[in-house]
Ligand binder design. Structure first.
Ligand SMILES: [Zn+2]
Length: 253
């Protein structure tokens, strides 16, 4: 990395320091997760004020100060502002879950994660509000898949017995994998989420589809509701604890 460089990126988080300076955490396809400083971005006239808020995506022009070992944002060409996501409470909470997941758990391939996040946000921006929960499910399922943490939909994680496409499996809070009834055991503190054959077939089938097509179909409403709950739990299992966005989005997500 030379002193001046540029990269694509999505802003995941801000933090204020001093009166007017903004710390910006970015996901870049080239450099993964990193922090940079937008000096003056909290002042009324700061040119980086709006384009360094969470969700903004585009090209960042950066300068690495070798003495301070800090990266400064000198300019930003914002290509996606995601106004449609910001103006819908339901979409905004979904996007917040995605950003928090990446912030807390990123450790994989930066280019793949960036492509999934930006592609999901662009579809979320454009979709009807009732389609948004399907994108939530698809993002989480694909993100877990990239991390190698997506449970097998075809067999019990306990006894290994093949599921067969007419049978469901059970998600158990805090335990990775889906289980047959016999292996799922009694509901623990977190409870069990039964997943129908339709929900599991949907996960298995949609894995091979482009995101847009996968999010255009879904199992029946009850199966989908259970699937969404199980994936939000799996996301928290993967993050190693509760997600603030899931807690605050309860009843909306
Ligand atoms: Zn079993």
């Amino acid at each position: 990395m030379s002193r001046s460089f540029q990269t694509g990126g999505i802003v995941l988080r801000n933090n204020r320091f001093g009166e007017i300076h903004k710390g910006v955490t970015l996901l870049s396809p080239d450099h993964g997760l990193f922090s940079a400083v937008a000096y003056g971005a909290y002042s009324a006239k700061g040119k980086l004020r709006s384009v360094t808020n969470p969700l903004c995506a585009g090209t960042f022009f950066l300068y690495r100060d070798p003495v301070k070992d800090a990266v400064k944002i000198t300019d930003m060409d914002c290509r996606d502002f995601f106004e449609g996501v910001r103006s819908s409470i339901a979409k905004f909470f979904i996007a917040s879950v995605w950003l928090e997941m990446v912030l807390k758990t990123f450790g994989g391939d930066a280019a793949e994660t960036f492509a999934l996040l930006r592609g999901s946000l662009r579809l979320l921006e454009a979709c009807a509000e009732e389609a948004a929960p399907r994108l939530l499910v698809q993002f989480l399922w694909r993100y877990l898949g990239l991390a190698g943490c997506a449970p097998d939909t075809g067999a019990c994680a306990g006894c290994g017995e093949a599921r067969g496409e007419n049978r469901g499996l059970v998600y158990r809070r805090g335990v990775s994998g889906f289980f047959c009834r016999g292996c799922a055991g009694a509901p623990g503190a977190g409870g069990l989420v039964p997943l129908s054959a339709g929900a599991l077939n949907y996960l298995a089938y949609s894995r091979g589809l482009p995101l847009e097509k996968a999010a255009a179909c879904a199992p029946d409403a009850a199966s989908f509701a259970a699937l969404k709950q199980a994936l939000l739990f799996l996301a928290e299992d993967f993050a190693g604890g509760p997600l603030n966005s899931v807690r605050t989005g309860k009843g909306i997500l």
